[in-house]
Design a protein around this ligand. Structure first.
Ligand SMILES: [Zn+2]
Length: 290
């Protein structure tokens, strides 16, 4: 599927590069345009983003002019500040979905759940303690509700929100001329889809349906974790996500209480992975989710 490699980067389409990073096997992409580089997601810390900046030099000496976050999760956004003032001048524009930017602002402004998570990471080991000590959360000031086009000089990139799924602020990058979609954690290759406590399990499959309308047989889709995939892979994952939603709805309709739902037969994924999926699914069916 790749067109070759440059340093540790895989060129998934002309001028579109993907690279996997530890920890948490997060994917970063770079789109090289005539007016500069667009970076998609920035890893978990400033130290890692500094390394990312060095790696970008393997692709181009052009400045990073845009950073796009596929969603608000820490492993995709905590390197953002490396590309803003005072660490980068002139600063890159930061872009995200409106709901993702709002979530990042809550984390920056001391949301208790986010603060507890940061404290937990800082206590993990000296490396994490150092990362957390210098953490600066740069929140995108450029936001997208449904669609926006970024002009990179000789190519344009569509930023699309096709619905809620992994979070309420998933943003996809579509490069029609390269037949490529960068899809963040709406698709996962290296593990099952991540149904977290901020996911929308019942809406996820329709969100993928809307993406699939933009895919042909040769389309490359780059997930937030793992290797690039094709549309057949995404259709298969969509089917299993839909099966989770359907099973939730059927159990809920049958009056099976939440506490017993995971013990039911017939889940499309290991029930161990589905705790939050069922909680969120039930909450939405009860009308308790906005
Ligand atoms: Zn995520």
């Amino acid at each position: 599927m790749g067109k070759g490699t440059v340093g540790g980067w895989r060129e998934v389409a002309a001028g579109v590069f993907q690279r996997r990073y530890q920890p948490v096997d997060v994917t970063v992409c770079a789109i090289v345009g005539a007016d500069g580089i667009a970076v998609v997601d920035t890893r978990c810390s400033l130290a890692e983003a500094r390394e990312l900046r060095e790696h970008l030099r393997q692709l181009s000496s052009a400045p990073v002019r845009w950073v796009v976050n596929t969603h608000a999760h820490w492993d995709h956004v905590w390197g953002n500040a490396e590309f803003t003032a005072p660490r980068q001048l002139p600063p890159a524009q930061l872009w995200a979905h409106t709901a993702a930017a709002a979530e990042m602002a809550r984390s920056r402004d001391g949301d208790p759940e986010a603060a507890a998570f940061k404290a937990e990471l800082a206590a993990e080991d000296p490396t994490w303690a150092a990362r957390m000590a210098e953490l600066v959360e740069a929140v995108p000031e450029h936001t997208v509700d449904t669609a926006h086009t970024l002009d990179l000089g000789d190519r344009s990139v569509r930023l699309l929100h096709t619905g809620r799924g992994h979070t309420d602020g998933d943003l996809v990058l579509h490069l029609p001329e390269a037949d490529t979609l960068l899809v963040g954690d709406l698709v996962e290759e290296s593990g099952p889809p991540s149904f977290g406590s901020d996911s929308y399990p019942l809406e996820w499959a329709p969100t993928l349906d809307a993406l699939l309308t933009r895919c042909g047989p040769g389309t490359v889709l780059v997930p937030g974790h793992g290797e690039p995939v094709d549309s057949a892979f995404v259709r298969a994952q969509r089917d299993r996500i839909r099966a989770v939603a359907d099973h939730c709805a059927a159990l809920h309709a049958a009056g099976v209480p939440l506490a017993e739902a995971l013990a039911a037969e017939g889940w499309a994924y290991d029930p161990e992975e589905l705790g939050a999926a069922v909680e969120r699914g039930y909450a939405q069916l009860d009308g308790a989710l906005a």
